[in-house]
Design a protein around this ligand. Structure first.
Ligand SMILES: Nc1ncnc2c1ncn2[C@@H]1O[C@H](COP(=O)(O)OP(=O)(O)OP(=O)(O)O)[C@@H](O)[C@H]1O
Ligand SMILES: [Zn+2]
Length: 493
């Protein structure tokens, strides 16, 4: 990512508006510390390959982060990795998802967590998602989770029964304020089966006793056990972003119970929690949420085996993060042609820059400026990527017309290139290592190799064997092998 660009703001922009789930509407964003944004995103439970639904969430929040950076903010982006405590069932029942997978794959639980952590990181790298500033793992923060649970017990909002510790939802009237559910609406209350040793079936686990044979276990004031799923996010977000941090994000489906529990745990322990809550909508297939448990998923790796990662990213940003993205072959087709239209225009501008005449075109620069403005207004308005993309298409239309009409001066071409690279590249995360660029590079390498091999042939014809060998050795040094066949020299990497 380019660190600075003529279009990047030097001073933090004060006019960003975002949809806050808690306030149920668009509100101006005011950072806790001027010029800084602290964001926390609920990350994956690393027990299987990530699917395209996960990519929608990661790309949505990556674009939000990049937009803040564009508008002159320093962003600390914390995204956790859940490697313990996420049980099969939201009502604190069932096996640990990672431990279950470990038994199936005959691996250590930590081997499972690492295997899928690294595959997740590889997928995210391919999709050009920036690495988090901090990527904390639940198992690395057991001490912090225990400390928070102790605070809750001290304040009378949690209780221990036989080595299990539960949050007492009836002691905390705020429980339900994010999702708008009051306690009586919470259907878990009607299921006696999930009550177990809880005082109220809606109470949720903060700490669970490790039964015999449970591998993931730590000592605690309540005996040997492991943390509940929700507590890690309260503990780690507060640790790294501090009291009253700016933004907490995640998928819409996490609002209840996960985010509701995160808020209750932090606030009941006396901490100021996130000031804004942002949720992405779902990626669907045939109208249904893509999910691991439904089995209707396509892994990111499978998608990337067939499609240019930039086309995948284009598809994801072409719908708003709060809208549903329906995944289909037709959607890919239109993403492919949309992305090609933008990237071809950018490449044409870059090609023309090689020998563009000095000069500029005021009218065209005026149009470029207007499209940049439209793009920025769209992103200031709750990160409206479809409208922002429309602005890039507007820019492309005007540019193509000007390019078709004749030569365009260097300064104006540079301005157009900078607009594409900053808005499409740095903000939306496109134009990186895409097929078009790779293809260009491949063509350039092929042309250069033709020249080098011809030069070597000439040396040989002139019996300048030392020079010919030197050329071959130099190529060998950068991993290019030259073979002489009956049809002439061949090269490979
Ligand atoms: N189809 C989807 N679209 C957008 N976000 C998704 C989608 N599926 C999962 N997520 C988000 O990814 C994160 C992790 O989800 P999770 O591991 O529960 O995936 P899942 O496929 O829904 O699994 P399961 O079916 O086992 O619940 C959550 O924040 C969730 O909102
Ligand atoms: Zn979380």
């Amino acid at each position: 990512m380019t660190v600075s660009s003529p279009f990047q703001h030097a001073q933090p922009d004060q006019n960003i508006v975002l949809y806050d789930t808690m306030q149920r509407g668009k509100v101006p964003f005011v950072p806790g510390t001027p010029g800084h944004v602290g964001m926390y995103l609920c990350g994956p439970t690393v027990y299987s390959d990530a699917h395209l639904g996960h990519a929608k969430k990661e790309v949505a929040f990556d674009v939000i982060r990049r937009t803040f950076m564009h508008f002159g903010y320093a962003v600390r982006y914390v995204a956790n990795i859940t490697d313990v405590g996420h049980l099969q069932d939201d009502s604190d029942d069932g096996e640990d998802k990672i431990a279950r997978r470990a038994a199936l794959e005959r691996l250590e639980p930590m081997e499972v967590a690492d295997k899928y952590f690294w595959s997740f990181m590889a997928d995210m790298g391919a999709l050009n998602v920036l690495k988090p500033s901090i990527n904390p793992r639940a198992t690395g923060h057991i001490t912090e989770q225990i400390a928070l649970i102790e605070e809750l017990i001290e304040r009378g909002h949690a209780y221990e029964v036989g080595g299990n510790v539960y949050f007492d939802v009836r002691s905390w009237p705020g429980y339900g304020k994010l999702s708008g559910r009051n306690l009586d609406d919470q259907e878990e209350g009607t299921r006696e089966a999930v009550r177990g040793d809880k005082r109220d079936p809606r109470d949720f686990a903060l700490w669970k006793r490790a039964e015999h044979g449970h591998i993931m276990r730590w000592p605690s004031p309540w005996g040997v056990g492991f943390p509940g799923w929700h507590i890690e996010c309260s503990a780690m977000s507060l640790k790294y972003l501090g009291e009253g941090f700016d933004i907490h994000g995640g998928g819409l489906d996490l609002q209840f119970p996960h985010h509701e529990a995160e808020i209750a745990q932090a606030e009941a322990a006396g901490h100021a929690f996130a000031r804004y809550w942002m949720h992405n909508n779902m990626l669907t297939i045939g109208g249904e949420k893509m999910s691991k448990s439904k089995g209707n998923f396509t892994t990111i790796a499978d998608v990337l085996a067939e499609h240019d990662p930039m086309v995948v990213r284009f598809l994801l940003v072409s719908s708003h993060y709060r809208s549903i993205t329906e995944f289909s072959e037709a959607a890919f087709e239109s993403a492919r042609s949309g992305y090609r239209r933008l990237s071809e225009a950018l490449h044409e501008v870059e090609r023309r820059l090689n020998d563009a005449p000095v000069g500029h075109d005021d009218a065209l620069e005026g149009k470029i400026g207007a499209h940049v403005q439209t793009f920025e207004d769209a992103m200031r308005d709750d990160f409206n990527t479809p409208r922002a993309l429309a602005a890039l298409f507007g820019l492309t239309g005007d540019l193509n017309t000007a390019l078709a009409a004749g030569t365009v001066g260097r300064t104006t071409l540079q301005r157009a290139r900078d607009a594409y690279r900053e808005l499409g590249g740095n903000v939306l995360g496109l134009f990186e290592g895409g097929a078009a660029e790779q293809q260009d590079e491949t063509q350039v390498i092929a042309a250069l190799m033709d020249l080098v091999l011809k030069a070597r042939q000439n040396y040989r014809l002139n019996k300048q064997y030392a020079e010919a060998d030197e050329l071959r050795d130099t190529l060998g040094g950068v991993g290019v092998t030259v073979e002489d066949t009956k049809d002439g020299p061949r090269w490979r990497r």
